[in-house]
Design a binder for this molecule. Structure first.
Ligand code: HEM
Length: 116
């Protein structure tokens, strides 16, 4: 699975932490996370991604369409955030082909997150 190829839970968690660091350093998307506990956010998104990448534990959290409803995320903002995931994967030394496959999995939630 992609989960195994990336190096399992520890690797996905590390990439997810870097993903949110990149987001928080980008003023065009950082404000969405004002007041959000980023340690919790990182652990939830890492769990979601582990499951989506074929890991052994099913996602036990909330439905992503409900979670992101009314945030007003645009397609352009989502694309920006996907870029932050791509950079996090690349800076972790993940091979380009695996980066693109992982990004493609994250792209599957675009329709749940984008509402504007
Ligand atoms: C939760 C914003 C993209 C997965 C949240 C929350 C915010 C947020 C503010 C916290 C909601 C709350 O606790 O009240 C955004 C924005 C995105 C984006 C602005 C893109 C522009 C994504 C993507 C994924 C994702 C690409 C998955 C790959 C999650 C998960 C939660 C969450 C798993 C927690 C759900 C739960 O509480 O069970 N998001 N998100 N989000 N987001 Fe996103």
């Amino acid at each position: 699975t992609l989960f195994e190829q990336l190096g399992g839970e520890a690797a996905v968690s590390a990439v997810t932490a870097q993903f949110y660091a990149n987001i928080q350093a980008d003023a065009t998307v950082a404000n969405f996370f004002n007041g959000i506990n980023m340690a919790d956010q990182t652990s939830k998104t890492a769990s979601f991604l582990c499951a989506a990448l074929g890991g052994p534990k099913a996602w036990g959290g909330r439905n992503l369409k409900e979670v992101h409803a009314n945030m007003g995320v645009t397609n352009a903002q989502f694309t920006t955030v996907i870029g932050h995931l791509r950079s996090a994967l690349t800076s972790a030394g993940v091979a380009a082909n695996l980066v693109e496959q992982t990004v493609a999995v994250a792209e599957t939630v675009r329709g749940d997150v984008v509402t504007a």
